[in-house]
Design a protein around this ligand. Structure first.
Ligand SMILES: Nc1ncnc2c1ncn2[C@@H]1O[C@H](COP(=O)(O)OP(=O)(O)OP(=O)(O)O)[C@@H](O)[C@H]1O
Length: 627
């Protein structure tokens, strides 16, 4: 029996392109499964230069295989040597004599001599020597034929207004022209389908192209010094919306790519200072689109901002039964003071009954009523005049900030602390309900941060359990040194969640889960806390009403009360405004419809945020880098 043979991989003989396409298929599957590094490999394997190189390699292999080489370099000489050896034999055999007769026959000798002539001849074409007096400005033309196949050519053209020459302005990555590898930005266009283009308007040339079907032939003078593209890959999160159709400045709206804030883009070309080329992630199309560069988009935003009529700063109002807040402000101060004690005992009762809980002997911190209420009336102007622009990431202030945020794929190493989980949503949507339920499921894994306050501890409270109790001066110092994630004032006392309190939970190995107001986004999206932000979105209003029939809303007074129609409207509107302004920072959105389903979703997302690779700001990983 013949032993089983391993098929030998002879790269020269086998179809390399076929092997490559198998590999590309496999890597594509890996990209689908979100395997780390697969995208990079996929991009590399699909690179046009690699494909072209392999084609050249295959052609050379083919050529080597089929080239005819003589078996012997000099057959007549060998036959003479054999004749002489045969003659030297003292007793030649019958076969030796027959061979001698055969080799001495004139036909055989002529045949061997013909073999030598043919075999030794050099059949390579003889190229004429280069003329020495070639004019230096001689232009080498290139004929490029592309088969259109209903897809756009993926190149834009421009006219040099002084010379009237037409040039390829840019070649879109992954487009037809780019994949051909034959057209490059800077090539001078001489003819399209045999028609000279000199002096034509770009629109006329586009018309010629639009009318041509099948093969399009270009005659071009290639650019002599093609810039080498040695850019590294860049990934960004967009912090603004963009529509090429509404941008009169874009060189070609059809080649443009629209994006919404929060989209992830791979920037594939930054050679042009004004217009970059990018693909949206996850990659759905092989072809890139034009987007404004960071500096151009910043300029556009600035122009737009200045063109807007002046509006006083409007931070998102959270649901707090606003009419009631107005009422509170109208209430006589003496009434408030007289009421303070009653409030405190009322507050105590409510906090104990409703907002504080102990599960498995662990106190659930960060759910106290005062803390929650103070955030609704957060300090406009800060503890002692900290300006809103310092703390507001996406309102008027950040309209002038970077439109793109550089991001990298980040997988938390198991030995690192967990990422902070920050929940955000319009007041009343159920942020605290979901947070509390998650912690109650497993208080040994999830925990809130213990807040700070300037009020005095009550008899039943333990420092560091309900609150960290500090003086007003200490509180102000911490606020000035930006050591609070967020803070506010309620009935003359300050309350806040500090960075240290969050870090303490993370350092204990637990997953810290807090709820924040939108203005605190900047203070948690840091290298220190690496927050994963989950937006709790209200369901459509009818669904809100249906699901909250038996639910109670915390009011700014001492009690809770059932939801009213205007509450639902306010939740919906506040939610819409929040999304409009901050959606670019949301890592995940949960629609809080059914409580049970939302809870399960929250649990899954929180786990995924810790264990699976995520896109995070590059500055978290390389803190010194500034995009
Ligand atoms: N999916 C839901 N279905 C029914 N009731 C819900 C749901 N989610 C939350 N609730 C109820 O709605 C009320 C308000 O929720 P919660 O106190 O969590 O609001 P919140 O978003 O934290 O607002 P605030 O920050 O103003 O306290 C609570 O009574 C809660 O039990």
């Amino acid at each position: 029996m013949r032993p089983a043979m391993e098929p030998e991989l002879d790269v020269g003989e086998s179809d390399l392109m076929q092997i490559l396409s198998h590999v590309v298929e496999e890597v594509r599957d890996s990209v689908g499964q979100d395997i780390d590094g697969a995208e990079l490999l996929y991009g590399l394997l699909n690179a046009p230069w690699l494909q072209s190189l392999l084609k050249v390699y295959e052609c050379l292999q083919q050529y080597l295989k089929s080239s005819t080489m003589p078996h012997l370099p000099y057959a007549s000489g060998l036959s003479l040597e054999i004749l002489s050896d045969l003659q030297a034999l003292p007793y030649p055999s019958q076969e030796a004599r027959e061979l001698y007769t055969l080799l001495t026959e004139p036909n055989m000798q002529a045949l061997l001599s013909a073999h030598d002539v043919v075999g030794l001849k050099d059949y390579e074409p003889i190229l004429p020597p280069l003329p020495e007096d070639l004019p230096v400005d001689e232009e080498a033309m290139r004929i490029v034929c592309l088969v259109k196949n209903k897809q756009p050519l993926g190149a834009t053209i421009r006219r040099d207004e002084t010379t009237g020459e037409i040039y390829v302005a840019r070649v879109i990555h992954g487009g037809l022209a780019d994949r051909s590898g034959l057209l490059h930005a800077g090539d001078k266009l001489v003819e399209v389908n045999g028609q000279p283009v000199f002096g034509l308007e770009p629109e006329q040339i586009i018309q010629i192209l639009a009318n041509s079907h099948g093969t399009v032939m270009f005659k071009v003078v290639p650019i002599t010094d093609r810039p080498v593209n040695n850019q590294t890959m860049l990934y960004v999160r967009t912090l603004t919306d963009y529509s090429p159709q509404q941008d009169p400045a874009i060189p070609c709206a059809d080649a443009g790519m629209a994006f919404r804030k929060g989209d992830l883009l791979e920037i594939v070309d930054q050679t042009d200072a004004l217009w970059w080329q990018a693909k949206k992630l996850p990659c759905s199309s092989a072809c890139a689109g034009l987007i404004p560069s960071a500096s151009l988009l910043k300029r556009k935003q600035r122009e737009f901002w200045w063109s807007q009529p002046y509006q006083p700063h409007t931070c998102i109002k959270t649901l707090s039964t606003v009419d009631e807040e107005d009422d509170i402000l109208a209430i006589d101060v003496t009434f408030i003071e007289a009421d303070e004690e009653a409030f405190e005992s009322e507050e105590l009762r409510e906090e104990e009954n409703e907002f504080s809980a102990t599960v498995e002997g662990i106190y659930l911190a960060g759910f106290r009523r005062s803390l929650r209420l103070c955030r609704r009336r957060r300090i406009q102007g800060g503890v002692s005049g900290l300006s809103c622009s310092l703390r507001c990431p996406s309102s008027c202030y950040s309209a002038l900030a970077n439109p793109y945020e550089e991001v990298v794929r980040y997988q938390r190493p198991p030995e690192d602390t967990h990422r902070l989980i920050a929940l955000l949503g319009p007041s009343g949507v159920g942020v605290n309900e979901l947070r509390r339920r998650l912690i109650e499921i497993n208080p040994k894994t999830y925990q809130g941060a213990t807040p700070h306050t300037t009020r005095h501890p009550k008899s039943h409270e333990e420092p560091g359990r309900e609150y960290h109790y500090i003086s007003k001066e200490q509180f102000e110092n911490m606020a000035y040194s930006q050591r609070f994630v967020e803070y506010g004032e309620h009935r003359g006392h300050f309350y806040g969640t500090s960075v240290e309190a969050v870090k303490d939970v993370l350092a204990s190995g637990k997953i810290c889960i807090i709820d924040i107001e939108p203005y605190a986004i900047d203070s948690v999206r840091t290298h220190e806390l690496r927050a994963y932000i989950i937006y709790i979105k209200p369901p459509p209003i009818e669904q809100l009403k249906r699901t909250r029939v038996n639910s109670q809303l915390i009011t700014s007074y001492f009690t809770t009360r059932p939801f009213r129609d205007e509450d639902f409207q306010e939740i919906e509107e506040a939610g819409r405004r929040m999304e409009q302004q901050y959606s670019q920072f949301f890592d995940h959105v949960i629609v809080n419809d059914g409580l049970q389903a939302s809870c399960v979703q929250l649990l899954t997302v929180v786990r995924r945020a810790q264990d699976e690779p995520q896109w995070v700001p590059a500055s978290w990983i390389r803190p010194s880098d500034r995009f």
